[in-house]
Design a protein around this ligand. Structure first.
Ligand SMILES: Nc1ncnc2c1ncn2[C@@H]1O[C@H](COP(=O)(O)OP(=O)(O)OP(=O)(O)O)[C@@H](O)[C@H]1O
Ligand SMILES: [Mg+2]
Length: 225
């Protein structure tokens, strides 16, 4: 099967004062559509940096990244912005919910940004919040929700515009085991029922077990185990 995301010898350097950090080293990965891939590795191994590159939020210093055979590494800012808006969903701490808005308003806002047809928005917001089990909490402000509930609102927002890929950076890190597994159940269902591709990071063994494919990062390199 053709991959949905593929990288060729991707390197990412960062400048920190006078120092140059080699954070990702010759990364070659291949992600098939309709699978759940987990990037694992210790703190500082490069998981978030790699997710940012795969999600077109950042550009590699060198190497190529393909999204459905389209080379995105050299794409303009506006082309990458469009790609993200229509094809990708993000569950990242850096892309946070608006705490004073309700769960409903947060998901609706995401649809507006993605240019989702106005007449279908209401139904779609309700559908997505129901899917993550929050039909009774739709009108609650985000700040009135528990951590797990907030995480589920973030998932509802990430899936609402029907992206092909969802990127999630440690989506279960702040959750207890039960809640973490509940989030993973939602992800597994999205993959098996809707054919969505999910790429996420984690260092929790119970979570990593649930992946279709695992890439281990160590000091910026993919290692075989
Ligand atoms: N913008 C940046 N400028 C300089 N160094 C950076 C930058 N972003 C990341 N780094 C460095 O790159 C390395 C990898 O960071 P990254 O955030 O990808 O790790 P991680 O695997 O996600 O870690 P964690 O599990 O703690 O989230 C770290 O040493 C970090 O300090
Ligand atoms: Mg990280």
């Amino acid at each position: 099967m053709d991959s949905i995301i593929r990288t060729e010898k991707v390197n990412r350097f960062f400048k920190s004062g006078s120092e140059i950090l080699h954070v990702l080293k010759d990364i070659d990965i291949d992600i098939l559509p309709g699978t759940l891939t987990i990037l694992k590795g210790r703190s500082g191994s490069g998981k978030t940096t790699l997710l940012n590159l795969l999600g077109a939020l950042d550009k590699p210093t060198d190497g190529q990244i393909y999204f459905e055979d389209m080379n995105i590494s050299g794409m303009s800012e506006s082309a990458r912005d469009k790609l993200r808006r229509y094809n990708m969903g993000f569950v990242f701490q850096s892309i946070s919910l608006v705490s004073l808005m309700s769960a409903y308003e947060n998901v609706e806002f995401g649809l507006r940004v993605a240019g989702y047809p106005v007449k279908n928005r209401h139904t779609r917001v309700e559908e997505c919040l129901s899917f993550v089990g929050l039909q009774k909490r739709m009108k609650h402000r985000v700040q009135e929700l528990s951590g797990g509930e907030q995480q589920r609102v973030a998932i509802a927002r990430a899936i609402a515009h029907k992206p092909k890929v969802i990127f999630a950076d440690e989506p279960t890190a702040e959750l207890d085991t039960h809640m973490g597994l509940q989030v993973m159940k939602i992800f597994k269902d999205l993959v098996s029922k809707d054919g969505i591709t999910i790429v996420m990071s984690s260092h929790d063994h119970n979570i990593i077990e649930l992946a279709d494919h695992v890439y281990s990062l160590q000091d910026g390199e993919i290692i075989n185990e």
